[in-house]
Design a protein around this ligand. Structure first.
Ligand code: CA
Ligand code: CA
Length: 212
């Protein structure tokens, strides 16, 4: 795939208009294209093939989603999470998606991306970075809940406090009280996992379940 296919059109709203609002108003247009999983299979635990993508730090491996009345716990286990990653490679265009580790929830179980669907993710966009950056996955990235409004994904909550690393696992433990959309997720809500790495020259992706 080329950079053209993966180019993210990134919209920065007028920040001052939203300072009174606690939520971040940043959106991007992007059509996720995985196949959804029946959420209530395997008791919420899933294993993706290893080495089905060239880059171990986005190679999905052991995955889980555990729901309680109070919390949504998501584990994204990768084949290998290094201590640090390189961000904002020079060939990558400004406002492009650089990295993503995400779960997309099909809130209406339509098997397609529709208004009201949400995503929970760690992402890195190349902003006005004039040189490469070396950071670990927690300090070099943004962590958000994103709501699809029919055209764009919009960031509706910050997850900085609810993500930790454990070996090769990214662990989300998110209180449902953080956003009303989280109250709607149950063990029938279909979803898929998606990771992305774009260095400006190549686009790498892994999915669970695999794309058909
Ligand atoms: Ca994999
Ligand atoms: Ca949907």
């Amino acid at each position: 795939m080329t950079i053209t296919n993966s180019r993210i059109c990134f919209i920065l709203m007028i920040l001052t208009a939203f300072y009174a609002c606690q939520k971040e108003k940043v959106g991007y247009n992007f059509i996720p294209s995985g196949n959804y999983v029946n959420a209530d299979q395997n008791n919420g635990s899933y294993i993706d093939k290893s080495k089905d993508v060239e880059k171990s730090f986005i190679d999905l491996n052991t995955l889980s989603i555990a729901l309680s009345n109070a919390n949504i716990n998501i584990n994204i286990g990768l084949l290998k999470m290094p201590d640090s990653l390189i961000y904002s490679q020079i060939p990558l265009q400004i406002n492009s998606l650089n990295y993503e580790w995400a779960v997309y929830f099909d809130m209406d179980n339509s098997s397609s991306l529709t208004k009201g669907d949400i995503s929970i993710s760690i992402k890195k966009f190349k902003m006005n970075d004039s040189s490469i950056i070396v950071n670990n996955i927690l300090t070099g990235t943004q962590k958000n809940i994103w709501l699809y409004d029919g055209t764009y994904f919009e960031s509706i909550s910050n997850l900085d406090k609810y993500i930790s690393l454990n070996g090769n696992n990214i662990c989300f433990s998110i209180p449902r009280s953080l956003d009303t959309s989280l109250l709607l997720i149950n063990n029938k809500t279909n979803f898929y996992f998606q990771t992305t790495f774009n260095d400006g020259t190549h686009l790498y992706k892994d999915y669970y379940p695999d794309r058909k």
